[in-house]
Design a protein around this ligand. Structure first.
Ligand code: SAH
Length: 243
């Protein structure tokens, strides 16, 4: 099954862009996924090919018209999830990426200017996703991020099949830190345990490091992770011991 992506954008020339190289590019050429970049402007109705208008209520910038964008969406709606990239959306997670990657693909809508007329989201089943709490100039880079995250999970795309499973966020926390040769660099050595050959000890060390780093760097993730464990019997027991 091919993962079919359709990107609705005012800048189709931005695709596949970086997704045409490396793993994603090879997978694209191998037909493991497809990418169709469609110009929203092709769905305009006037001579000037207008896609936007001034914000109702005043203010700076321009707003993408619901009537025009909906025509582009409707022309490609075929049961695949329809996703709009917007900072007002739900934060994109690895869990959602996994779900999308397991499906038939997605129609991805890229905003520009001040974003979309809100009525678009009332009238169509469009999932709004954000790639983080900062503002990009357009949804294209966000779409590239979403697609890259999905494509690397498709069967046959990543070299070692296992390297998708241990990563940061897959277990709800950050991944452990990595090291490689040289064993000594600028007076710093690779942690002894990693050179011990004791696989159980290494696994234990990695788990501990992952937990420490998550606690320190991402208290938000850690809290959610611990919260999830409280729901399970072992999690509840652990909480009591720690307290
Ligand atoms: N005025 C809007 C920002 C518009 S930025 C606001 O404050 O919410 C223009 C476009 O860039 C958006 O429509 C969206 O498609 C894209 N974009 C910007 N930041 C993004 C983010 N963090 N995640 C996903 N898309 C983003």
């Amino acid at each position: 099954m091919t993962f079919r992506s359709t990107v609705l954008t005012l800048y189709p020339e931005m695709f596949p862009g970086p997704l045409g190289t490396s793993l994603a590019g090879r997978a694209l050429r191998e037909g493991r996924w497809s990418l169709d970049a469609v110009n929203i402007r092709d769905f305009t109705t006037d001579r000037h090919r207008t896609v936007d208008d001034t914000p109702a209520g005043g203010g700076a910038g321009m707003v993408l018209r619901a009537d025009i964008v909906s025509r582009a969406v409707d022309a490609h709606a075929d049961g695949r999830p329809i996703v709009a990239m917007t900072p007002r959306g739900a934060p994109l997670t690895q869990a959602r990426v996994r779900e999308l990657a397991a499906g038939r693909g997605a129609v991805v809508l890229c905003g520009r200017f001040e974003g979309f007329d809100e009525r678009l989201f009332d009238a169509r089943p469009i999932e709004q996703l954000s790639i983080g709490d900062y503002i990009l100039s357009g949804g294209e880079m966000a779409a590239l991020v979403l697609l890259d995250a999905c494509v690397r999970l498709l069967p046959g795309v990543m070299g070692a099949a296992s390297s998708g499973v241990e990563e940061s966020f897959e277990s709800g926390i950050l991944e452990y830190p990595h090291y490689t040769r040289p064993v000594e660099w600028e007076g710093r050595t690779i942690p002894e345990v990693l050179r011990s050959g004791d696989h159980a000890k290494i696994a234990g060390w990695r788990q501990a490091q992952a937990e420490i780093d998550t606690r320190l760097r991402r208290p938000d993730l850690w809290e959610r992770h611990e919260g999830a464990r409280v729901g399970s019997p072992s999690g509840a027991r652990r909480r009591t011991e720690d307290d």
